[in-house]
Design a protein around this ligand. Structure first.
Ligand SMILES: [Zn+2]
Length: 241
């Protein structure tokens, strides 16, 4: 995201009312909801953690499903419409295994500087493809690169979507397994929402070896510490038992 600062600077000249610093905060900081309502962590009433996976489905998603089923760990998958059309059978497998499916736009578009109609088309196309392939209409949306933009809030509302960010992002696309595992262990607390990736943007046959090995090592460690896993829907509910 090295060019993001540049993009945001351009955004500020268009919307000169707020400072570059405030705009960067609003666009990027997971706990900020200025541009679109979103949550970044769940209820702390239980020792629960939400595992979330972005950028799928990919050819390696079934291997991840196997690991999750070994630990009976439900998870949430924020899928891209284009990947769902490429691998509809894998998208169906995710839903059939009882996991939750969310919307991660159609083409993994960076929403900064885009018009409301572009944002609507991206989110609506993903809703259609996901529903067509899996029978499930997503209720949650995660913005690619964690970047929200003006107009997204209204689009989310129109489509009945709630924004979900994360309390810790794994950096599993650029770091090695030991670093990713220890980062996620440090970020694991009651109600944490962890963000990993079962795809790499729209790449076909991406190498997600670090993600798979991280999940293999992380899940037993978290269970030893007394945590269990919940889907996004459940972890957001303070009264769930
Ligand atoms: Zn993504």
């Amino acid at each position: 995201m090295s060019d993001l600062a540049h993009i945001l600077d351009a955004g500020v000249s268009g919307a000169a009312a707020i400072s570059a610093g405030a705009l960067t905060y609003a666009v990027r900081v997971p706990s900020c909801s200025w541009l679109a309502p979103s949550v970044f962590r769940g209820s702390d009433t239980r020792p629960a953690i939400a595992l979330t996976f972005d950028d799928g489905p990919s050819e390696s998603t079934p291997e991840l499903l196997e690991i999750l089923s070994r630990y009976r760990a439900p998870a949430s998958f924020f899928q891209c419409g284009a990947n769902v059309r490429r691998l509809p059978g894998v998208a169906r497998e995710v839903a059939a295994a009882g996991h939750e499916i969310g919307n991660h736009t159609d083409s993994h578009a960076l929403l900064a500087l885009k018009s409301s109609s572009f944002i609507y088309r991206e989110l609506a196309a993903a809703q259609e493809s996901i529903e067509h392939s899996t029978g499930v209409r997503p209720r949650y949306f995660r913005a690619p690169y964690g970047v929200r933009w003006f107009g997204l809030g209204t689009v989310q509302q129109r489509l009945g979507l709630h924004g979900v960010m994360w309390s810790t992002i794994a950096l599993d696309w650029k770091r090695q397994t030991p670093a990713v595992v220890s980062r996620l262990l440090r970020g694991s607390s009651r109600g944490a929402i962890l963000c990993l990736h079962d795809g790499r943007v729209l790449e076909s046959r991406p190498d997600i070896g670090v993600t798979l090995q991280t999940v293999r090592e992380l899940l037993p460690k978290l269970m030893e510490r007394g945590f269990h896993f919940e889907k996004v829907t459940d972890i957001l509910c303070p009264t769930k038992n």
